[in-house]
Ligand binder design. Structure first.
Ligand SMILES: [Zn+2]
Ligand SMILES: [Zn+2]
Length: 411
């Protein structure tokens, strides 16, 4: 038996999982503060959702999906991203009007595994649905930035672009196609294939991009409405102190984006892994899925890559407030009830799972980085307990009722 996880997947095990837990707690707190309700959807969807939503011509749909037939003969796909599912859920819910939704969970793409690019990866995201207002774009961009800030990144920059809409993009794509046709000889096979169906994807191709530095940019073709929208997003970002730079080559790999596209770049990290999240506006996605017109904007943050770039080994164990040392076996039931009461009172507390020597219990307290120890001995019969602050080695006797406060005061 081989105990490794499947190729391209990871066991997020302690100590690394501690940084994950912390990051996800920060995320939940942020989503709540910005007013994003939680949405929990299936991990697989009807294949059609991604084929139509993400786009037939995208690399994700053509090469990277985990598609399978279930026992009922349905074609299902493990979700390669979150947005199409959330929009499908919104359309199915019958909810009308603006909704702010947050999600998190594993996504799946069959890719050549490397650091920061895994076959099962974890994303947190938000979707601000049923509004076309630029305020929504700016708010979504801000959330991701604050998330990275709170996780501990010192230098993050938002790369920002507008790729236009149904009004102005066709003219741009025509010019881009003509340009790419001229450059045909320098393009890779993949790019030649997608040149007609999805010329934007060619700009995204790592092989071809270096030969296409003089390609036309979408921002130069924006219609008045798109230009106004893009300007308003930038004003709001400036006003809320979110550092951004315009990146005319940022097109993102998925078909559904319109207008705003953005990525978070953790400056000072390896270029292959420094894009730690991103998103954009997708005003046509709901209609592509066969629903009514529901504009929206969203982001997805890659937790794997964020923690990789942050260099968090997560080795810091969350310290206990208190470790309860049991002096003799007949005190164990008392100690267990004491621990249970303290936990309900909000204290991080533990005890050994079976009776050991007092010395061994103190060693366990050290290992768990406990701030203090409470010793359950004969004093208990008078309602008292001996407590020791392990940092200062000061020992006192307090009443059992005071124990919770004493433990918390050592934090
Ligand atoms: Zn290419
Ligand atoms: Zn436009």
């Amino acid at each position: 038996m081989n105990f490794s996880p499947p190729k391209g997947t990871d066991d997020i095990f302690p100590p690394a999982s501690r940084a994950w837990r912390r990051a996800l707690m920060i995320w939940e707190s942020l989503a709540e503060r910005y007013g994003y309700d939680l949405v929990i959807g299936p991990v697989f969807e009807s294949t059609e959702i991604f084929a139509r939503g993400v786009g037939e011509s995208t690399e994700v749909v053509q090469k990277q999906m985990y598609t399978f037939e279930d026992k009922g003969g349905r074609s299902l796909t493990l979700r390669p991203e979150g947005t199409a599912s959330v929009v499908r859920a919104y359309l199915g819910s019958g909810v009308q009007g603006e909704v702010k939704l947050a999600y998190s969970g594993p996504m799946f793409r069959y890719e050549r595994p490397q650091a920061g690019r895994r076959r099962q990866f974890y994303q947190t995201g938000v979707e601000y649905l049923a509004t076309a207002a630029p305020d929504a774009d700016a708010e979504v961009i801000e959330i991701g930035y604050r998330f990275l800030e709170e996780v501990g990144f010192d230098e993050v920059e938002v790369a920002l672009n507008s790729i236009g809409d149904g009004e102005c993009r066709p003219a741009y794509l025509a010019v881009l196609r003509a340009y790419l046709n001229d450059k045909r000889g320098t393009l890779c096979d993949d790019s030649v294939r997608t040149l007609e169906t999805n010329p934007l994807r060619v700009l995204d191709c790592k092989v071809c991009a270096p030969h296409l530095t003089d390609a036309p940019n979408a921002v130069d073709f924006l219609c008045d409405a798109c230009r106004l929208h893009f300007d308003a997003v930038q004003v709001r970002l400036g006003n809320t102190g979110i550092p951004f730079r315009l990146e005319p080559r940022l097109v993102r790999g998925l078909d559904y984006y319109t207008r705003t596209a953005f990525e978070y770049i953790a400056t000072g990290f390896d270029a292959a892994q420094n894009a730690v999240g991103g998103g954009g506006r997708y005003d046509g996605l709901a209609e592509t899925l066969g629903g009514s017109a529901v504009p929206g904007v969203g982001l997805a943050m890659g937790i794997d890559r964020i923690l990789l770039a942050a260099g968090e080994d997560g080795s810091d164990i969350v310290p206990l407030d208190l470790f309860v040392v049991v002096a003799s076996p007949e005190r164990r039931e008392t100690a267990a009830r004491f621990v249970s009461d303290l936990r309900r009172a909000g204290v991080r507390v533990d005890m050994a799972p079976q009776q050991r020597s007092v010395k061994s219990q103190f060693r366990a307290a050290d290992r768990r980085k406990a701030a203090g120890v409470a010793i359950i001995g004969d004093e208990w019969d008078q309602g008292r307990v001996i407590v020791r602050n392990l940092a200062t080695s000061t020992q006192t006797e307090i009443s059992v009722e005071e124990a919770a406060e004493w433990a918390k005061s050592n934090r």
